[in-house]
Design a protein around this ligand. Sequence first.
Ligand code: GRF
Length: 193
Amino acid sequence: MAALKLAVLISGRGSNLQALIDACAGRDFPATVALVVSNNPQAQGLARAGACGIPTAVIERRDHGDRDAFDQALTEAIGAHDADLVCLAGFMSILGAGFVARWRGRLINIHPSLLPEFPGLDTHARVLVAGVRTTGCTVHYVTAEVDAGPVIIQQSVPVEANDTPETLAARVLAAEHQIYPQAVRLIAEDRTT
Ligand code: GRF
């Protein structure tokens, strides 16, 4: 089976991108990172991609008149690299319905909670306020509703009594780095159902 070509969309640090790059470097991993797109020219993840010789593109929302034009620019960049699967990895711009429909079934996201619990931003602070003892992370298909598409894989993570949003985020992030490559493998091997 040919390796899946990934387009990874980022806005910042890119640690999940790094986990995907590292997984793809493994001998039997059924995917390669074909392109990294950032909507933020300062994203640290761009340097991670550059260091590995992975093509990058910066596509900023403000350079495009409306959401459709921005989405079109993203689609063109992804298409130019023949990507099969679009992986959102800390991509902080909401995508338009047209983009989501075009890539439906080939567009995935990682979120730092056990969806459908705690969709949206500031997840870890809200988890601590809620007082739950277990949280985690989810890789899911992207649908029109934010953080609501079909789940591909989840991993639970304990909440410790003295956690801060930062200590909890670090524990969840380590789990994210495990499940994002696992999700890509499940899709590549057609084992998501
Ligand atoms: C991760 O926590 C991810 O779940 C969320 O944004 C964060 C991105 O981190 N969507 P990084 O840029 O991959 O380090």
